[in-house]
Design a protein around this ligand. Structure first.
Ligand SMILES: [Cu+2]
Length: 155
């Protein structure tokens, strides 16, 4: 079989790049210990409403003055639908899904998560501006996805 010289150079370049990038992934995974998220809290998606702390979704004040907010995402609503938070407080949001994958997004903040059945996702935010915030689902979850939202009032 006759392979043109340029074709051989190009195949050598492609193969070299493939090996180089596989090596980079190997170094990142094993030497630098960079891996997909693990050690996340798990939950039985069929028993979310009975599993503490999601059996009482809502806001909890911690001894250090910060807050924890527990949310359940389920077609096509968030529980709780309205949450009132004191201004300038640090809130850790915990969210899980009781059915399919949902989004958990609060525009104008850095809260942007996925609510995945079987897993508890969390993110922290300090609300410095008073007012009303919208919490929306930004992962298509079904026929009424566009109506899946909740409200957060910062007072
Ligand atoms: Cu949705």
């Amino acid at each position: 079989m006759q392979i043109h010289r340029y074709e051989r150079w190009w195949m050598t370049f492609g193969f070299t790049m493939l090996v180089f990038f596989l090596l980079l992934i190997g170094v990142a995974a094993f030497a630098d210990n960079i891996n997909p998220p693990s050690g996340m809290q798990q939950i039985d998606p069929t028993k979310v409403a009975q599993t503490p702390p999601f059996d009482r979704p809502g806001l909890r004040k911690l001894p250090d003055g910060s807050y924890e907010a527990y949310y359940i995402a389920q077609v096509f609503e968030f529980t709780p639908r309205v949450l009132t938070i004191p201004a300038a407080s640090k809130v850790t949001f915990y969210v899980t899904s009781a059915d399919v994958v949902h989004g958990f997004f609060i525009p104008d903040t850095d809260i942007n998560m996925m609510a995945v059945p079987g897993w508890v996702n969390s993110q922290q935010h300090t609300f410095t501006r008073r007012g009303e915030y919208l919490l929306i689902c930004h992962e298509y979850c079904g026929i009424d996805h566009q109506d899946m939202f909740a409200k957060i009032e910062v007072q």
